[in-house]
Design a protein around this ligand. Structure first.
Ligand code: NAD
Length: 484
């Protein structure tokens, strides 16, 4: 079955200390194609022993060759890796499409984004510096930005390539050595990336990859006393667990968790410009996007018009297998399909403004009907919970104050957008909305390598992406020299 994927590496191994090795426990996990439900191979079921070996290797790299590599050479290593990623975009996209169920063009965009992260962080590697600080007479004081040491990276299944690019890319650029635990449902592009990293000449141990279950390999990584920083992207429940484990070792954590991101559409909005963003931000990657816009808040005077126009788009959406490259693919797993379906059931009391058809989907895949609900109260479960499927609710509001109250009325705060031609309103609301990112007359689900990204509230804390991420992956040392 591996032929179907056309892999150039053995997906059932871990990369530890520059070598491909079988998992220490000798056990494997099945891989399924979400588009068809077919078994497509096996991956390693890494355990605490594999994680331990990976951490030891990373420590050796950080204290050894990788730690001694100059900033400019680290940057060049990332550029070399970028070239290899770009040479393999089609290959990586196909692997991701089969493994994650992501339509090919979306998977291709992820591979290109991975290359762009490597370009951005490769270029930034030798531009991060400390300060000199005026102090007492007879002193020279300066700060050094140093890597934490060994960084742990726990990645979810929805955007493996992008999340590896933004977290591992920034960590390597700043001189950390990484242990990456990809998601058990989607680790093939992480392994492909590891193989390209070896080919790019990254020293052994600078990047280790151990696939496995969250409760086993993931928990072993977050609780390991040899880790100096953890970058976690995933669910709130696991984030709490990760932060608790890190607290025991007093280790800093970046948490990129979920969202219930709103787009606020005012009566003076340019609806033609807004419409593609309103729908795409909800159905991209079948809604399995942390920054998906699952709430559309609209001024009551244009509610019906907006719902009608969004509904037309929903009715025309084509759903099908990832390799058919339609608008919406399957969900990642049967489990995710069951969760999203149960939310659709809980919306039975709501008005379904539009649904896409599932006529052309194959048996066995994890498909759900993309659904738009209209006239929804902000108190409804579907307007509060992160559903993580192609489901959007339209919530009417009366005025600006109510719009802000609804926007800020969930546990999350990841991304928001304001659609209005009124400049003063744009500025006012950009300040009032509690969110890590606010877009004005656009919406950037997942986009913008250069833009600091992260949440407040249960969306998490810490920032990845952009130059800002480099501060998170370094620690600041102050040197105060008395020379008289
Ligand atoms: P998840 O929390 O179940 O899994 C994420 C990762 O954590 C996986 O690699 C998993 O193996 C690992 N994990 C699970 N249990 C663990 C444990 N006890 N200790 C350590 N690691 C463990 O989340 P998911 O279902 O893979 O992803 C969906 C969630 O991720 C959604 O809530 C979504 O919003 C969020 N997400 C957020 C962002 C962001 O940037 N903010 C990006 C993508 C996904």
């Amino acid at each position: 079955m591996t032929d179907q994927l056309d892999l150039w590496f053995d997906p059932s191994q871990c990369l530890i200390d520059g070598n491909w090795v079988a998992p220490a426990g000798g056990e494997y996990l099945p891989l399924e194609n979400p588009s068809t439900g077919e078994r497509i191979g096996s991956i390693a079921r890494g355990t605490a022993d594999d994680i331990d070996a990976a951490v030891v290797s990373a420590r050796k790299a950080w204290q050894g060759e990788w730690g001694r590599t100059s900033a400019v050479e680290r940057g060049r290593a990332l550029f070399k890796l970028r070239e290899l990623v770009l040479e393999n975009v089609e290959h990586l996209a196909r692997i991701e499409a089969i493994d994650v169920g992501k339509p090919l063009k979306q998977a291709r965009a992820d591979a290109v984004a991975l290359a762009r992260y490597l370009e951005f962080y490769g270029g930034a590697a030798d531009k991060l510096h400390g300060d000199t600080i005026p102090y007492l007479d007879g002193y020279t004081v300066y700060t050094l930005r140093e890597p934490h040491g060994v960084t742990g990276h726990i990645v979810p299944w929805n955007y493996p390539m992008q999340i590896i690019g933004r977290s591992v890319g920034a960590a390597l650029a700043t001189g950390n050595a990484c242990v990456l635990k990809p998601a058990e449902d989607a680790c093939l592009t992480a392994l492909a990336f590891a193989d390209l990293a070896i080919r790019a000449g990254l020293p052994a141990g600078a990047l280790n990859v151990v696939p496995g279950l969250g409760a086993e390999a993931g928990a072993a990584l977050t609780g390991h006393p040899g880790i100096h920083h953890i970058s976690f992207t995933g669910s709130v429940a696991t984030g709490v667990y990760v932060q608790t484990a890190a607290a025991r070792n007093v280790v800093p954590v970046t948490l990129e968790l979920g969202g219930k991101s709103p787009q606020l559409v005012f009566e003076d909005a340019d609806l033609d410009a807004a419409l593609p963003f309103l729908v795409n931000a909800g159905i991209q990657n079948a809604g399995q996007t942390c920054s998906a816009s699952s709430r559309i808040l609209v001024h009551r005077s244009i509610h019906d018009e907006l719902v009608g126009r969004m509904g037309e788009r929903y009715a025309s959406l084509r759903v099908g297998p990832a390799l058919s490259d339609l608008d919406v693919g399957p969900l990642i797993s049967g489990r995710q399909q069951a969760i999203v379906s149960s939310y659709l059931d809980r919306g039975d009391d709501l008005e379904k403004a539009a649904q896409a058809s599932l006529e052309d989907v194959p048996e066995g895949g994890n498909y759900v009907r993309p659904t738009l609900f209209s006239g929804v109260s902000s108190a409804h479960t579907l307007a509060r919970d992160e559903i993580f499927g192609p489901v959007q609710v339209v919530i009417p509001f009366e005025d600006e104050d109510e719009a802000v109250a609804i926007a800020n009325g969930t546990d999350y705060g990841l991304v928001a957008s304001i659609w209005s031609r009124d400049g003063a309103r744009q500025m006012r609301l950009a300040r009032k909305i509690r969110s890590g990112q606010v877009f004005i007359n656009n919406y950037g689900a997942g986009g913008g390598v250069e833009l600091p990204f992260g949440g407040i509230g249960k969306s998490g804390h810490g920032r990845e992406k952009g130059f800002e991420a480099l501060y998170g992956f370094t620690t600041l040392k102050t040197v105060a020299a008395f020379h008289g």
